[in-house]
Design a protein around this ligand. Structure first.
Ligand SMILES: Nc1ncnc2c1ncn2[C@@H]1O[C@H](COP(=O)(O)OP(=O)(O)OP(=O)(O)O)[C@@H](O)[C@H]1O
Ligand SMILES: Cc1cn([C@H]2C[C@H](O)[C@@H](COP(=O)(O)O)O2)c(=O)[nH]c1=O
Length: 213
């Protein structure tokens, strides 16, 4: 039975998720919370291997359905091996991307259909959805310009999709937010880093208070 809290972070490329989550993780640990910081695709050995297959720039021939199935397979293993045990141990799981990414990227931007992509994910996750999702709201243009400016970050197969693809991802996220309005809260990710971090911290700490954690 789940006792912890499952929080996911979503948004376009370069929105600032990874940077902000690391700071949130530190703050939670400083107040004595047990956390697990993880990411999708990846987070554990098998899923990191699947990640490198999906994101390899050499794999241009990858079929859209194959891509969607690989994300779902990586998610399944990640869930059973890392996320569920952490939640059962009462920990707070902070996960950089989860099923909403599949809905926005594969379902909408790839054109596979959100319902179809949700159905393969239902097989993977059963009914394990996040308790809270924070959407980092930024235009694809601004997010992509941040990662282009970050010389240390290699651009992967998905980063290198067209601007139109990334605009479709953003449109996909707008649909996802309406569909799951009770779970997803939005933060303005175009603000300076310190401001985004404070806003995300307020969202998370008020949720912890309301859960009595
Ligand atoms: N609020 C911000 N203002 C300006 N730059 C930022 C801000 N937040 C993060 N950055 C910078 O933008 C770049 C992308 O940030 P980060 O890797 O955290 O984004 P991300 O959402 O995890 O991206 P992706 O999903 O594409 O991996 C980094 O160089 C980071 O330092
Ligand atoms: C989980 C998930 C991810 N994606 C995409 C989104 C990004 O382009 C990459 C992951 O790279 P990041 O630097 O770790 O953000 O994969 C996707 O298309 N579908 C998914 O389910």
């Amino acid at each position: 039975m789940q006792k912890g809290l499952f929080i996911t972070f979503e948004g376009p490329e370069g929105a600032g998720k990874t940077t902000v989550i690391a700071e949130i993780d530190k703050r939670l640990e400083n107040i004595g919370m047990e956390t697990v910081l993880t990411r999708e695709p990846g987070g554990i050995r098998i899923s990191e291997k699947i990640r490198s297959i999906i994101l390899d720039n050499a794999h241009q021939e990858m079929d859209g359905r194959t891509e969607a199935l690989l994300y779902a397979a990586a998610r399944r293993q990640h869930l059973v091996e890392k996320i569920i045990p952490a939640l059962e141990a009462g920990k707070i799981v902070l996960c950089d991307r989860f099923v909403d990414s599949s809905l926005a990227y594969q379902g909408h931007a790839r054109g596979l259909g959100m319902d179809e992509v949700m159905s393969i994910n239902e097989f993977a996750i059963e009914d394990m959805m996040p308790d809270l999702t924070i959407f980092f709201d930024i235009t694809p243009e601004e997010g992509l310009s941040r990662i282009e400016a970050n010389a240390g970050r290699e651009q992967n197969r998905l980063d290198n999709e067209t601007l139109q693809f990334h605009q479709n991802v953003y449109e996909g996220y707008e649909i996802v937010q309406k569909r799951y309005a009770d779970r997803i809260v939005k933060t303005d990710a175009s603000k300076p880093l310190s401001e985004v971090t404070e806003n995300v911290w307020k969202l998370i700490s008020s949720r912890l208070m309301s859960e009595g954690i």
